[in-house]
Design a protein around this ligand. Structure first.
Ligand SMILES: Nc1ncnc2c1ncn2[C@@H]1O[C@H](COP(=O)(O)OP(=O)(O)OP(=O)(O)O)[C@@H](O)[C@H]1O
Ligand SMILES: [Mg+2]
Length: 414
């Protein structure tokens, strides 16, 4: 199945909003009003307000007084009595109550009249006599939008990039993601933006994904909640993953602006978005680095990596990146390292933001088991990462949750 198949999936039928939708009617004829009353009796999640007999005029200056406060979820306006005033009423509701959906109701179905009604701000056009299924579908769309709005977040976007390959970016980002999701109960999404050979899915034991991050960027114009669902692999910690392509693929065309557009959409659906970036400054990295809220530059205490940190810090400073947006993380930290922390800070001309201890055996075991939380609190590295995740995601008053693990040799067991 291709991405296009999800795109062609028909809209879900049925109408089951979690809270009632309020409906107001304006200048609606008696027959349609009668039908609507019967409909409201049979659909308990619809609340019909007292009918308004005429269109909005200058006298109804304050919309809240005329239409009710809060405004209804849906206004049904009869366009048959006076099309011009009906259109003016729709325009004024669109301007003063942008959250209200407007349904035009009319016995005429010529396409130019439908287009005119849509231009005046109507979301739906219902032809008399109103068809029950058509009305249900239109209300389901309103209910869906209302629910989506209610569930909206504004994620912090945290980008992780290595000073060079192999510094531990995927290790840190997968563990951080799982900790934020499970220990700190944060709705967290991890996006692996490697154009090829991304490891985040492997480290999380989620190797059966159908779609990947570059397909998501390519389809940015068609993104909606349902399409997005097809890209997400859920991890047992609660973390959601959008993986990188498996292996190497032909170069893909991602249009400029697609990264920002896609993350604008993703932002509304999580509290934290972590991004696993490949090292280097390719176009997508540059767009994301400019867009993100926080950039963690992961390094190890080796001359080649530290030289790149210095170059990258200089580059980002020249490009005007705010100083506190960029944070250097020293991974595989050892107290007796030949290059001391003071020497590192002097070379990179800034403080090391966080130091993660070197514990190769533990880290490799965790990766093999595909569960970053498998040995929570049993190792220095996990204690350290938990503490770091806490500085990012701990809600005031949150208890520390110790978790049982269900480690699976996910990849090896395929
Ligand atoms: N704190 C640590 N202590 C010991 N070993 C670590 C630590 N962090 C990462 N490693 C090891 O370093 C190696 C590289 O880690 P990882 O794959 O996370 O790096 P990366 O920056 O994502 O690499 P790439 O550039 O290939 O994407 C792995 O073998 C991992 O087990
Ligand atoms: Mg990696």
């Amino acid at each position: 199945m291709s991405t296009r198949d999800i795109l062609n999936t028909p809209a879900r039928g049925g109408f089951a909003p979690s809270e009632p939708l309020t409906l107001a009617t304006i200048a609606l004829d008696n027959d349609t009003l009668g039908l609507l009353k019967l409909f409201a009796q049979s659909a308990p999640l619809v609340r019909l307000r007292a009918p308004l007999g005429s269109y909005r005029t200058d006298e109804n200056d304050l919309l809240a007084e005329w239409l009710g406060d809060p405004p209804p979820d849906v206004c049904l306006i009869d366009f048959d009595k006076d099309r011009r005033n009906a259109a003016l009423t729709a325009e004024s509701i669109r301007a003063d109550a942008p959250g209200t959906s407007i349904f035009a109701v009319s016995s005429q179905s010529q396409s130019e009249l439908i287009i005119q009604a849509m231009h005046s701000g109507c979301n739906e056009y219902l032809v008399k006599p109103i068809n029950r299924d058509q009305l249900l579908n239109a209300l389901a769309r309103v209910g869906g939008r209302k629910k989506e709005k209610k569930d909206q977040f504004n994620a912090q976007i945290l980008a992780f990039i290595g000073a060079k390959g192999g510094c531990g970016v995927t290790t840190l980002v997968t563990q951080m993601g799982a900790l934020l999701a499970k220990t700190y109960s944060r709705k967290t999404l991890l996006v692996d933006l490697h154009p090829d050979f991304g490891d985040a899915a492997l480290y999380l034991g989620l190797t059966k994904s159908r779609y990947h991050s570059l397909e998501l960027l390519e389809n940015t114009d068609r993104l909606d909640a349902e399409l997005l669902q097809g890209f997400i692999s859920p991890h047992s910690s609660g973390l959601s993953l959008i993986p990188a392509p498996e292996g190497s693929e032909a170069a893909r065309h991602v249009s400029p602006g697609a990264v920002a557009h896609t993350f604008d959409f993703l932002r509304l659906r999580s509290e934290f978005i972590l991004v696993d970036l490949p090292p280097g400054l390719n176009d997508q990295n540059l767009e994301l680095l400019q867009y993100c809220d926080q950039l963690y530059l992961v390094t190890v205490a080796e001359v080649s990596a530290l030289r790149n940190v210095t170059r990258l810090v200089d580059y980002f400073t020249r490009k005007g990146m705010p100083q506190d947006k960029l944070r250097v993380v020293l991974n595989r930290h050892q107290k007796n390292s030949p290059i001391s922390d003071a020497q590192i800070e002097k070379a990179i001309r800034q403080k090391i933001h966080w130091k993660v201890p070197n514990q190769y055996a533990h880290v490799v075991k965790t990766i093999n088991e595909g569960d970053p939380l498998a040995h929570l609190s049993r190792s220095d590295v996990m204690r350290n990462l938990s503490e770091w995740a806490g500085t990012i995601g701990r809600k005031p008053g949150t208890e520390y949750k110790k978790e049982e693990s269900h480690g699976l040799l996910g990849f090896l067991n395929r």
